[in-house]
Unconditional design. Sequence first.
Length: 487
Amino acid sequence: MLKSSSAGCYVALVRVLQRTIILTTTAFFAAAAFGNTLEDRLLREFHEAYPKEAPEGGSERAFELRAAPATVGQFDGRRLDVWAYEGRVPGPVLRVRLGESVRVTLTNDLPQPTTIHWHGVRVPNAMDGVPGVTQPAIPPGGSFVYRFTPKDAGTFWFHPHHRGSEQVERGLYGVLVVEDREPLPWSRDVVWILDDWLLTPEGQIDPRFNTRHDLAHDGRWGNVMTVNGSSDETLEVRAGERIRLRLVNTANGRVFAPDFSELDAKVIAVDGMYAARPLPAAGWELAPGNRLDLDVTIQPGERGRTIRIVDRFTRRPFPLATVRVLDETVPTPGFASPANPRVPRWADGLRASVAAEYRLNARAGGEHGIEWMINERAWPGHDQSPVGPFDRLEPGRWQRVRFVNESFRLHPMHVHGQFFKVIARNGAPVDEPFFRDTVLLKRQETVDVGLVPLDWGTWMLHCHIQEHAEAGMMTLIEVAPANPTER
Ligand SMILES: [Cu+2]
């Protein structure tokens, strides 16, 4: 009895042990599959925040863009000589739907070589438009076909990546809107392209580019501010309308801080990508390259009102645009503001070590008298090859990248082909509930970002103040595995 009872106990004990072993083994393999290191946890937060691959099987949308000198009537009808896509400034708004592929044939009828960079769009590396890196510059009279399938819906823009301080300033820029696969029933989808122009007393674009003054400051800031190429842009709306307002800053150097406090407005997307939740519209700054999408509802009480949107970045605020509310009311479309709840928090990101650091500063010298540098190196002139070594970032790994502004000037730092999230400013944790592709560094500021490179290739990392980039503030990152056999 005792024996059998003892045997029974033994069998039970073995079963418990077996179960423990099975459970422990299962837990071990689960831990191995999902991991529990700091990086594993950060990666788990990032899981499906945005897709790795482009959707397949959609139809193709073909566009023609001819870049050429043109004369336009702007600013009270005065004739203005520009360089333009399709003869107008801003260039066309190209609209596609997520799932469609894009084919753009660019014909260069400019007196200079050119390219197009698709700002914020995760394109195949060869379509990124960086001369001498991803393609040769397109000579005058030449053409190039850009083909890609957007991976993300949102507000993007395009511009030359060759002599941008002159070509963008002369008027070469346009917007690419990638609509959601199933767009929400907005009353209207409106694009506002914010820019400034430095005009001579005769009302023409000042032909002095990359001046010592511009290089020693925050690039070229104009004396005429425009929305969609107009210094008096007016949006006529009806009470009740719900508008998706897409803001893009295409200026060479100017930062905009539009004040939407007179309107019922929420920020829903930053640099093209939906935020984790709708955010208050107060206090935003758009540096060159940045985009901001707003969800604006015109309230019934605003019938008949004229609302001025004022810019407050500079000491002297100036009117940017006008919203005129007609004496009419329509029903407001009802739907939740779009959001991406998968935006990671990455609160633990500051516990990871810094994978790459970019120190930003200037020195006397170079073609323009001042060189802007990243880690003591200035990007060489137009016909010279860049000299490495450049940082390599491991695809699919979580990385902490640090920008250190050692100067007293502004530097909106842009990374091609990647999105990142700001996790600290000057060492203090920051939770921005959205991704960016361009982050503004103010004087002597340090910004830490987290990023998971998904798109392989050799990508530009540069200041988006065109004059700073032109004077050297560009470098490359290579997104590729250390072991070439994995390629
Ligand atoms: Cu800069």
